[in-house]
Design a protein around this ligand. Structure first.
Ligand SMILES: C[S@@+](CC[C@H](N)C(=O)[O-])C[C@H]1O[C@@H](n2cnc3c(N)ncnc32)[C@H](O)[C@@H]1O
Length: 476
């Protein structure tokens, strides 16, 4: 079943998308020299097509001083999102069951961030225009719009495959069943060795992936046709018609700066880059055309803390050449970040300006900006405070932009307390200090929850799921 061209009869299993984090969006804009809201201050964040709300709930848990609102027209997704928020005890996130064109009116210029991920290319033309129109009226003067979309030419091969699967799928039936039937027909009649697939290896890979895992998610991607993939130039035009301009990429943190006078150049450069990289998707950040330049982008960048990928922390010298650093400077750089130092301290350690190193490292995905690490607020439950303190000490962090101390708040959403304790133990935490103060009967309950067999079951079931969700990565 489809609504407004989009699959609604099967559930989409959303994952956490780190690039939607406000700090990531602000940092990308600031690094491009564009003024942006500082996510350490209060802000309002709207996600259109929010799915089951996982990303928004994690963000709401990690930015308790901000307000988040998600809109989706799939009632099951919205029910899942509301349940998640309730389980996490989050009172700064709300969800609305509506088509994005009918969503509640947004007060003019009241939003700092709008994000649309995994949905834009699957919307029809009118709804794509509506996304830009909402951003144009709803965003604050320096607000940012983030759109993830299927981009050309990279997405052309998979788009051709998706079109073919739509053509050969049975006309009726539940979307995931229709997809399985279409994939079976494709496998039986032509297989992955057909000339189209040998000529178009990306399509061949997509077909193999869909055959290996014909999940409901694939049905969303393949049967929701919408306007399809776009060239960067088309996105630029749509944005420009609403007084917006692309300024940076959220995922790679690369600047775009397409101010009016340089539009043609920006379009040419981005298009050549898309051809060179053959990416199938882009994540662009748009600001109001003519938005003021950041008065001191370097001051903003300097005030941030950074998360370094575990690989870079353990083998810093392997990444030296890609940062144009000597092996010893690369070791200095990553160990300074691991110690929680910011740009200023790194600059002192290197003895020269560090901004180019930070930007190159962020661009290549070696590091990510963190919300400034403020002391973890004491949780009313002393066991949780101890958990947070221990987590920070151990350097356990999310694989994205959020330290585990914040994630520990976030994991209330996906993990009940006993599972958080299990995680703590699996990560090497000693429970004496946590369980000691409890009375005998509650201690016995927790001890049972932490028995060898319970921990083994947790390792087998919950840990892989957490990794799959992208919520947790355990360093060390
Ligand atoms: C592929 S999912 C992505 C969900 C989430 N953003 C994520 O990245 O995990 C696309 C979502 O867009 C929603 N959607 C599609 N068209 C919509 C519309 N016109 N109005 C509101 N939601 C829509 C779908 O219901 C679905 O939940």
């Amino acid at each position: 079943m489809v609504q407004a061209g989009y699959v609604t009869d099967v559930v989409y299993g959303s994952a956490y998308t780190p690039s939607q984090a406000p700090i990531q969006l602000a940092c990308a804009a600031m690094a491009a020299g564009v003024r942006a809201p500082d996510p350490r201050d209060a802000f309002n964040y709207l996600e259109l097509c929010c799915g089951n709300g996982l990303t928004l709930c994690v963000l709401a848990a990690c930015y308790p001083h901000a307000r988040f609102h998600g809109v989706d027209f799939n009632g099951v997704h919205i029910a899942m999102a509301r349940e998640l928020a309730q389980r996490g005890g989050l009172d700064n996130v709300s969800f609305e069951h509506a088509d994005l064109v009918d969503a509640h009116a947004i007060a003019a210029r009241s939003l700092e961030f709008i994000s649309v991920v995994g949905a834009f290319s699957w919307l029809d033309d009118a709804r794509q225009q509506a996304v830009f129109a909402r951003a144009a009226s709803g965003l604050r003067e320096d607000g940012l719009l983030h759109i993830h979309y299927a981009s050309l030419p990279g997405a052309a091969q998979s788009d051709a495959l998706h079109n073919a699967l739509c053509l050969i799928a049975p006309a009726k039936g539940q979307s995931d069943h229709r997809l399985k039937a279409a994939l079976a027909t494709m496998a039986d009649l032509v297989g992955t060795e057909a000339k189209f697939f040998s000529d178009n290896p990306v399509a061949a890979r997509r077909l193999r992936e869909a055959m290996a895992n014909p999940a409901a998610d694939e049905a969303h991607e393949i049967f929701s046709r919408g306007a399809g993939p776009r060239w960067f130039a088309q996105m630029y035009e749509m944005a420009a018609a609403r007084g917006l301009t692309p300024v940076a990429e959220a995922d790679t943190q690369a600047p775009i700066w397409a101010a009016d006078t340089q539009a043609a150049e920006a379009i040419r450069n981005q298009t050549l880059r898309d051809i060179q990289l053959n990416r199938s998707a882009r994540q662009d950040v748009y600001a109001r055309a003519g938005v003021a330049l950041a008065p001191q982008p370097s001051a903003f960048l300097e005030s941030l803390r950074w998360y370094a990928h575990p690989r870079c922390r353990t083998q810093p010298t392997a990444y030296a050449a890609r940062l144009s650093l000597s092996p010893s400077d690369a070791a200095l750089f990553f160990s300074a970040l691991a110690a929680g130092h910011g740009a200023r301290e790194v600059e002192c350690a290197l003895g020269r300006p560090s901004a180019p190193v930070f930007l190159a490292a962020a661009h290549q995905g070696f590091i990510r900006p963190l919300v400034a690490r403020t002391p973890v607020p004491a949780h009313p439950d002393p066991r949780l405070s101890a958990f947070n303190a221990y987590a920070l000490e151990l350097g356990l962090r999310q694989n994205s932009s959020i330290p585990l101390a914040a994630t520990a708040v976030g994991t209330q959403i996906v993990l009940p307390l006993v599972d958080r304790l299990r995680l703590f133990v699996v990560c090497g935490g000693a429970t004496d200090a946590l369980l000691g103060p409890l009375d005998a009967s509650s201690r016995a309950l927790y001890e049972e929850a932490l028995s060898e067999s319970a921990l083994a079951a947790f390792r087998d079931s919950a840990l892989p799921e957490l990794h799959q969700l992208g919520v947790l990565e355990v360093l060390g």
